[in-house]
Design a protein around this ligand. Structure first.
Ligand SMILES: [Mn+2]
Length: 485
């Protein structure tokens, strides 16, 4: 598996399928069915239901007896008149079910040895399905998604009261689904009202996020595979974009290229709106207008990652639109690159989440002092860091978790202390320096140089694996790919 995924993206599909045949020992069908990291010719990956069942089993282990967990799906959202935004499933719901339809609810019930998985779904409806597409329906919820029981979504409001009857605990995330917040409170009102009370003791409510987000932090084999696939496809697309940049005159041309090169390989959605900025726009962190002209003297910063089967990746590269860095651009690029490599070097089990930033900051500050952008005034690097002297140039943190969400919402700290890294965690390392006209008293030659370099990295048993390593990053390599020489 590792061997095959590390095959370079330029390798032909023929050599990939040979590798496939040589790996008969593989048992997981997601591995044996489609090992091609960037093959457009095979069907999409299959859903491996056993992984979702395993997650539910692990969730059941962590909740007390007589508990009910309610996980709502997302609904469709109108974009204009009778049109919807492209549907994206709720990540917590998806993590536990693999079910990708709107208007659904998963309910998990634990009573002694009985662990029940109930899915409320949209029923089969030939007319609706003729117009709007396939539904798994009540049968599919059981046969394909392994639900023990399935009901129509429209029955949820009445059925949930029966389910909650005489249970002790309701696990639910208040605040994450507005409509359900109101519902959850109304269930408690019915069940806990002294006049209408059904339960012998009050039903309590607790956050399920504490458990699910802790689980989502460590990616299982299947998740690692899907994130690596999103990463491989996106890395190849970034390289293609660099190759197309020399003749591009507008930011949107490069955005279009990235979307095309990812969709073509089955990653039809983006993990986030692509950031494609040229010139001054390289200094705007979340610039997404992507509609400005590209001047040949500009740097271009592209922060983009496609989603694969709901799994994200996150990559940023910065390159000169001319194929050749100016002297100033080169100096800033090399500082950021050195900082990024120093950050990645800190990734291994046992190291804490803040060690990456602690390695990155001195490199950035030393670099800024060296090129004369920061006046040290006799102060040490430690003092300058202490005083946040770098903040006008670097105003974000270096890292975030990646998973079903591009900013995977698990916490960075536990009990006020930064977490230890563990195998199976996935995170970005993305230092940057951003210089524009808002910074006072600097030589104009530095203005409009924004550089960020970002990779998505898996924590392994003995260190790390850069999942997005196939995009050029060394300065000379970047120049080569962009200039085509
Ligand atoms: Mn990022």
């Amino acid at each position: 598996m590792k061997k095959i995924l590390s095959v370079s993206l330029t390798a032909s599909l023929i050599s990939l399928s040979c590798a496939n045949e040589n790996n008969k020992e593989q048992t997981n069908s997601f591995r044996s069915l489609n090992l091609h990291p960037v093959s457009a010719t095979l069907a999409p990956e299959v859903l491996e239901m056993k992984y979702f069942a395993d997650r539910r089993a692990r969730l059941f282990e962590q909740i007390p007896d007589n508990s009910v967990v309610v996980l709502p799906s997302h609904s469709e959202i109108i974009s204009s008149y009778d049109q919807n935004y492209s549907f994206r499933q709720d990540s917590n719901f998806y993590y536990m079910t693999g079910f990708n339809e709107p208007d659904s609810v998963a309910v998990l019930v634990k009573n002694g040895q009985e662990h029940k998985f109930i899915l409320f779904v949209r029923p089969n409806d030939p007319l609706r399905e003729q117009w709007n597409g396939y539904r798994a329906g009540l049968e599919g919820a059981k046969t394909q998604y392994l639900a023990d029981e399935s009901y129509e979504f429209s029955d949820f409001d009445t059925k949930i009261l029966e389910i909650l009857n005489n249970q002790d605990m309701l696990y639910f995330d208040l605040g994450s689904h507005k409509e359900y917040d109101t519902k959850a409170i109304s269930w408690l009102e019915v069940i806990n009202n002294p006049r209408t009370r059904i339960n012998s003791k009050p039903l309590q409510i607790a956050s399920i996020g504490n458990i699910t987000l802790e689980m989502r932090l460590i990616k299982d084999d299947y998740e690692q595979y899907l994130i690596e696939k999103a990463s491989k496809i996106s890395a190849a697309a970034h390289t293609k974009v660099m190759q197309a940049a020399l003749t591009a005159n507008h930011e949107y041309e490069l955005e279009a290229e990235f979307r095309y090169e990812t969709a073509k390989f089955g990653a039809t959605k983006q993990s986030y709106e692509p950031i494609v900025g040229a010139g001054r726009n390289t200094t705007v962190l979340h610039y997404i207008e992507n509609d400005a002209d590209i001047q040949r003297t500009d740097l271009v910063l592209i922060d983009a990652g496609a989603e694969y089967m709901n799994y994200a990746t996150d990559i940023t590269r910065t390159f000169p639109a001319s194929g050749k860095f100016s002297e100033e651009q080169k100096q800033i690029y090399n500082i950021v690159l050195k900082a990024q490599l120093a950050g990645i070097e800190q990734i291994k089990p046992g190291h804490t989440y803040d060690q990456m930033n602690k390695a990155i900051l001195p490199v950035l500050v030393e670099g800024l002092v060296e090129v004369g952008l920061l006046d040290a005034n006799g102060k040490s690097v430690e003092q300058l860091i202490e005083e946040n002297a770098y903040r006008p140039f670097y105003m974000h943190s270096c890292c975030h978790w990646v998973g079903l969400d591009v900013h995977d919402p698990s916490s960075q700290k536990v009990n006020g202390k930064f977490r230890e890294l563990k195998p199976g965690m996935v995170l970005t390392v993305e230092p940057g320096l951003y210089i524009n006209d808002t910074i006072k008293d600097i030589d104009s030659k530095w203005i409009n140089i924004g550089v960020r370099i970002e990779d998505t990295v898996l924590v392994t048993e003995d260190g790390y694996k850069i999942l997005t390593k196939d995009v050029p990053k060394q300065l000379s390599e970047v120049e080569q790919v962009v200039s085509g020489q």
